[in-house]
Ligand binder design. Structure first.
Ligand SMILES: Cc1cc2nc3c(=O)[nH]c(=O)nc-3n(C[C@H](O)[C@H](O)[C@H](O)COP(=O)(O)OP(=O)(O)OC[C@H]3O[C@@H](n4cnc5c(N)ncnc54)[C@H](O)[C@@H]3O)c2cc1C
Length: 426
């Protein structure tokens, strides 16, 4: 009898797992279940669509035929409500039951609403969150129609909303907590490069701010945001990007270990329950480079985790238990921003660490490296990305470089000198 693999989620993690499983096992039954109404599309590009720069077509990655050609059963518009890990069954909102030999959880996250922080009118008309293609369509339409915007959430998705306002020439106030954009990864000097680029596009950063309440008109449409200082910012459109809640509700009555950061896995993408694996944004996984648990929220990482999970699902099944030689996820993730005249790249885990090294090189060039226990664990490069592969190599090799910040901050890092000074651990 052929093996049965079921994947919940047709994002890049789920889709990449399905592709890998098919490559590894031509005879397996593969089912991919998603509650979205469209097959895999490029989530990274939906911001370009919302800006009005791209038509819909290039954003799609897989047409339904892609699944047919590979004999993968794709179930769209299907929400998984519960799973039974004793009987290896999945239950959907329509009461359909799927049986599995191996199951992959690749359900990602859903944008958090300010309503969960008790903010009045947080889900009023004209307030958008940003995750799906449907969200992008709504944002595009609402931003086009609006006279004044409000943006909340000083992170990587918030800046996409700022760029969309800029591209659509909608003046907006960008309400940020703290003194700069992405304050956990940048300092004020580095962030100022982005603030200036926002101002040039009609988006005004407002610091030490945020939202304590939205005001609405008689039709329930957003009219203004009141910040914690009592300042009122008018706006008939608001974009909110304050982080993700991981999609794990359907695991509530199961023994699968979860926490606020998602589903707990090891470096092989195995959960604590036999036959159940997880991949993508929703994993809280053992990061072999950090030597501790961690999380990635990036396309490349989700794709690689999906592929690793797929390989291990097939190998474990063939081994009749856990394979002795599983594939390991070991990866330095990257996330780039291409909205401005200068490039921007963050890599690894730039928001953690016990030390850092930062320097500004020009009005549009800046670098910061996050260090932990003497090693690079992440960083942000603005303006000049030419040194990224050197930093990623040092991070992957876990070299203790903190004593050599002067070398790390040279415009052109001398790797021979650094490698000589910092032996690679065995
Ligand atoms: C606007 C935007 C811009 C981004 N830009 C970048 C970028 O520039 N660079 C970068 O590296 N990353 C970027 N990202 C992040 C990147 O897209 C994600 O890290 C990646 O898509 C995560 O993939 P995933 O497969 O883990 O989850 P997702 O893509 O979230 O897929 C999960 C899927 O599971 C479905 N699902 C959830 N629950 C259920 C259920 N119970 N039943 C059935 N289906 C379910 C969801 O609807 C969804 O389709 C961006 C994200 C967004 C939203």
């Amino acid at each position: 009898m052929s093996a049965s693999h079921v994947i919940i989620g047709d994002g890049i993690a789920g889709s990449s797992a399905a592709e890998t499983i098919r490559e590894e096992d031509p005879d397996a039954d593969i089912t991919v279940i998603t509650d979205e109404g469209e097959a895999l599309y490029n989530r990274i590009l939906i911001k370009e669509f919302a800006k009005g720069k791209l038509p819909e077509a290039p954003i799609s990655i897989h047409e339904p035929e892609w699944y047919e050609e590979r004999d993968i059963d794709l179930q769209l518009n299907t929400h998984v409500t519960t799973i039974d890990t004793e009987d290896n069954e999945i239950h959907t909102h329509e009461g359909t039951v799927y049986e599995y030999d191996k199951l992959l959880l690749a359900t990602g996250g859903t944008p958090a609403s300010l309503a969960s922080f008790g903010i009045d009118n947080a889900d009023a008309g004209g307030i958008d969150h940003f995750w799906t293609f449907q969200d992008a369509r709504s944002i595009k339409e609402n931003v086009e129609a609006a006279d004044q915007g409000i943006i909340v959430g000083a992170g990587l998705l918030g800046i996409d909303l700022a760029a969309i306002c800029g591209a659509q020439e909608l003046d907006a106030n960008y309400l940020m907590r703290g003194e700069c954009w992405w304050r956990y990864a940048l300092d004020e000097e580095g962030a100022e490069i982005l603030h200036e680029a926002m101002r040039e596009r009609g988006v005004t950063p407002v610091f030490d701010s945020g939202v304590s309440e939205f005001e609405t008109d008689d039709d329930g449409q957003v009219e203004a945001a009141i910040d914690p200082n009592g300042e009122r910012y008018e706006g008939d459109w608001a974009g909110v990007a304050i982080g993700l809640s991981f999609n794990t509700e359907f695991l509530q009555d199961t023994p699968v270990e979860t926490n606020d950061d998602g589903v707990v896995t090891d470096e092989y993408m195995r959960t604590n329950v036999d036959d159940v694996y997880a991949a993508g944004d929703l994993t809280w996984f053992y990061d072999t480079i950090l030597g501790q648990m961690g999380q990635n929220g990036s396309w490349g990482s989700a794709k690689e985790q999906g592929s690793i999970a797929g390989q291990n699902m097939v190998e474990d099944l063939e081994a009749g238990g856990e394979s002795d030689d599983p594939e390991e996820f070991r990866w330095v993730s990257s996330y780039s921003i291409t909205h401005f005249d200068f490039p921007f790249l963050s890599f690894g885990h730039p928001t953690i660490g016990d030390d850092d090294a930062a320097r500004k090189y020009s009005d549009t060039e800046w670098r910061r490296l996050a260090l932990n226990d003497g090693k690079i664990v992440g960083g942000v490069l603005i303006g000049d990305l030419s040194q990224q592969s050197k930093f990623k190599k040092l991070m992957r090799e876990e070299r203790e470089v903190a004593q050599h910040k002067d070398l790390l901050l040279e415009e052109d890092v001398d790797m021979d000198k650094l490698e000589e000074a910092t032996p690679k651990p065995e």
